[in-house]
Design a protein around this ligand. Sequence first.
Ligand SMILES: [Zn+2]
Length: 164
Amino acid sequence: MTAQPKFITDASLTGLAKWLRLLGYDTVVYSGKAGRPMMRQAQEQNRIVLTRRRDMLERQFSGDIFLLPAAGAGPQLGFVIRKLSLKIDYNNMYRICMICNSRLSPATRGEVHDQVPLFVYENYDRYNRCDRCGKIYWPGTHVRNALQFLKDNDINVAVQDQMP
Ligand SMILES: [Zn+2]
């Protein structure tokens, strides 16, 4: 697998950041005011800068920076994917926690039994759990909703044999 791009967004792009994580892209939300320290972090960690602040473009920066349109997370996500010609693969989705940007690890049903609703426990064998915050993910309606959201925004997903 080729190296996936990594991103850093300003604090106004939290919705977009969650979607990038869902698709498998390591994305940090910079919580301070967008400016010099944010760009330094981008440089140090080799991240592409996504911002809503036009004045960021005027700063000296050797990496990639994109000015995002004022739109919802869906159109913004489409914008990034088209700009970078990203190929979205279902197998890369749900590898990174949407909440804290940490890696997810597979978990068995037994390991999560007291942490998920009973109907989920009864219906699903395979889970992913965040190594840091402990959030648990499973295939189900939210995955179908995510795929529909991507479709509604003209974002193509290569789906192989793991349909939820
Ligand atoms: Zn997490």
